[in-house]
Design a protein around this ligand. Structure first.
Ligand SMILES: [Cu+2]
Length: 259
């Protein structure tokens, strides 16, 4: 009986592993913020007062750069709450069972203005605050951050990033994106979003060259997105260009008159 239970547990574990993955929780300091779980019925968590994450219905990837779910997944329903965090502090995204090894990972913010709940995430101006791609070696055999992110011992995969210390305080969407490129010419996007209430005394805002819309910014024929990593032309390359604008470090743009 115990053995049967163990086998069942293993089977469940394996089925989670082969079925992609997603961002389940966030931590700031010692505080955990529960995100959405696609294993629970949609109505179970939708509208809950503690919910801080935009709802994602499934762990399946988004395949197309023009999918409106590219911003904050599908359906992307807004939560009622915000994670409080001070500029300069870390927020950690907690995943379970991430298994894909190839492709870049990035974290973005977008200023919501008066309310993230009322914001249309497809209209927001996102800017990248963190990215990591191919760390060493070549595209197929080398070490990607995504490969290092995998954790096979059953404990959560932790992805910490720092909110820029100089950023203007306010209500922001934080968007984590994993782009997996293990299938030839068929990119898989895994975006998830949460709402942040960033406090601080900073004044910095990114200038236009850092801003991106989803969909809109990524192009279907971008050689970093439509890529066959096993092809002779690509597999030995030791560099990979992460799609999208450069990372904004939070420095005040001297030339920005109105911001
Ligand atoms: Cu997958």
């Amino acid at each position: 009986m115990a053995r049967l239970l163990l086998l069942t547990a293993l089977a469940l574990l394996v089925s989670s592993v082969v079925a992609h993955g997603g961002l389940a929780n966030y931590t700031v300091g010692d505080t955990w913020y529960r995100g959405f779980s696609p294993d629970d019925p949609l109505g179970d968590q939708e509208g809950k007062p503690w919910m801080i994450q935009r709802i994602w219905a499934s762990i399946d990837p988004i395949f197309f750069v023009n999918d409106t779910g590219l911003a904050c997944n599908t359906p992307g329903t807004a939560p009622p709450s915000y994670i409080p965090i001070a500029a300069g502090d870390n927020i950690t995204a907690v995943y379970w069972y991430w298994l894909h090894p190839y492709g870049p990972m990035s974290v973005w913010l977008a200023d919501c203005g008066a309310s993230c709940e009322d914001a249309n995430v497809n209209d927001l101006n996102f800017f990248k605050i963190w990215e990591a791609g191919l760390l060493e070696g070549n595209i197929v055999e080398g070490i990607w951050y995504q490969k290092k992110f995998q954790n096979w011992d059953g404990s959560p995969d932790l992805w910490p990033v720092t909110i820029p210390a100089t950023i203007k305080p306010g209500l922001y969407v934080i968007r984590h994106e994993i782009l997996s490129i293990h299938i030839e010419d068929k990119p898989q996007f895994y975006p998830e979003c949460a709402h942040l209430n960033i406090t601080g005394s900073g004044t910095a805002v990114p200038s236009p060259e850092y801003l991106a819309k989803f969909p809109g910014t990524y192009k279907e024929d971008d050689p970093s997105i439509k890529i066959d990593i096993y092809s002779d032309a690509v597999k030995a390359q030791t560099n990979y260009t992460i799609p999208g604008p450069p990372v904004w470090n939070g420095f005040v743009n001297k030339y920005c008159q109105d911001c």
